[in-house]
Design a protein around this ligand. Structure first.
Ligand SMILES: Cc1cc2nc3c(=O)[nH]c(=O)nc-3n(C[C@H](O)[C@H](O)[C@H](O)COP(=O)(O)O)c2cc1C
Length: 365
């Protein structure tokens, strides 16, 4: 169907691309007890993936999670491992790019390189790798892997990725003598589909994360500090990388969109203030409070409400206003959003409302 990786959907001509984010995890991105919250069963994952594929969305991005957020709901306590998840979905979809999210510290690069090639062949060139250097001490504890100091984690990722890239491209056996890996006689076949390497994305936000992306990534996932600060942040990422290398800069969001803003806000109130899992929110706040939107730091009630509502930038408004927010993000230089929602199947009807509105203003073909 396509002649090379440049033609795959992740690089299509749409000015503002969309993907589903986090549906491999129970509860998705939100810490709510609402009964319609996401049941991350395999059948539900397939259904949501096929809806997204048929609607022309560009990608599926899973979350690499090994521990949940506790409380009554234990959001993300039940998760599918992302490489095997991607293999299954790549076999059952046609065009959508599907990522695996790998904690590089938890998996040997020779083994992972071959797993990813397998996924890429199953998907006929639609596999992408989201490289995670890691941050969560509990998850490293569970793996029995020391959580290195922040920049050392990126040094490890650099080495891991260098090995993987060589495995994907070199035809002769090689030895590798690095700081973390000493390898002998490395050779792996087959090579990725088309012989070109899978799309690499990175999701680090720190200056070191930025340098890592600038050195290695084709695309980037980032967070939106505020709409006002977005343009400068994206400019910084682009300036740090060789011109043209970062082909897509995406951010994460959670969507609660309805015909009117009032309906969206009422639903948000129900999800957060009537059905919020406070115990999970307390735990999440202790775990990742400092990494949360800095403008909320200090106001614990607001921070908890934000955590319950969902990870990523909140888009809680009418269809029309959501699309004008997309327009502003596009003007700031953003190429698209990875979207969480309360229920990826039931809420897809709302995404279907956004698509023609985006077409009308040229954000999508
Ligand atoms: C959109 C997005 C997706 C991410 N996905 C994951 C994930 O699935 N698992 C994880 O442990 N960390 C994830 N992260 C965290 C980052 O990969 C990274 O480890 C974290 O941002 C710390 O790096 P930094 O200090 O450079 O920002 C994600 C971050 C973003 C912005």
């Amino acid at each position: 169907m396509w002649a090379n990786r440049d033609e795959t959907r992740i690089y299509d001509a749409n000015a503002f691309k969309l993907g589903l984010f986090g549906m491999n995890c129970s509860g998705g991105l939100s810490l709510t007890k609402a009964p319609e919250r996401w049941d991350a069963s395999w059948d539900n994952n397939v259904k949501a993936a096929q809806l997204a594929d048929e609607a022309g969305l560009e990608f599926l991005l899973p979350i690499g999670r090994w521990h949940g957020y506790r409380g009554e709901t234990d959001t993300q306590g039940s998760t599918f491992e992302t490489l095997t998840w991607a293999c299954g979905l790549l076999a059952l979809t046609r065009e959508i790019t599907t990522f695996g999210t790998l904690h590089v510290a938890f998996v040997n690069p020779v083994f992972a390189a071959k797993q990813m090639v397998t996924a890429d062949h199953i998907g006929k060139g639609r596999f992408g790798l989201n490289i995670v250097s890691g941050w969560n001490p509990g998850e490293f504890g569970m793996m029995g892997v020391p959580l290195n100091e922040h920049d050392d984690r990126y040094a490890y990722s650099d080495e891991w990725l260098e090995i993987v890239k060589r495995i994907w491209s070199e035809d002769e056996p090689f030895d590798y003598d690095g700081r973390f890996y000493k390898l002998k006689d490395v050779l792996s076949k087959p090579k990725p589909f088309w012989g070109s390497r899978p799309v690499l994305v990175s999701a680090g936000n720190s200056p070191t994360g930025m340098r890592f992306a600038a050195a290695s990534a084709d695309c980037l996932f980032t967070t939106i500090p505020s709409l006002e600060a977005l343009a400068a942040k994206i400019k910084g990422f682009r300036a740090a990388a060789p011109k043209g290398q970062l082909r897509n800069i995406f951010a994460s969001c959670h969507l609660m969109v309805r015909p009117t803003r009032k309906e969206a806000e009422d639903y948000h109130h129900y999800i957060v203030h009537e059905q919020g899992d406070m115990e999970a929110a307390e735990y999440a706040l202790a775990l990742r409070g400092a990494r949360l939107a800095p403008h909320l730091t200090g106001d614990f009630e607001k921070m908890k409400a934000r955590l319950i509502s969902g990870a990523g930038y909140p888009i809680i408004t009418s269809y029309d206003e959501a699309v004008s927010t997309f327009q502003k993000m596009h003007e700031a230089g953003l190429d698209g959003l990875a979207c969480g929602m309360i229920n990826y199947i039931d809420d897809f009807q709302h995404v279907q409302e956004l698509l023609p509105r985006m077409q009308r203003i040229g954000l999508r073909a």
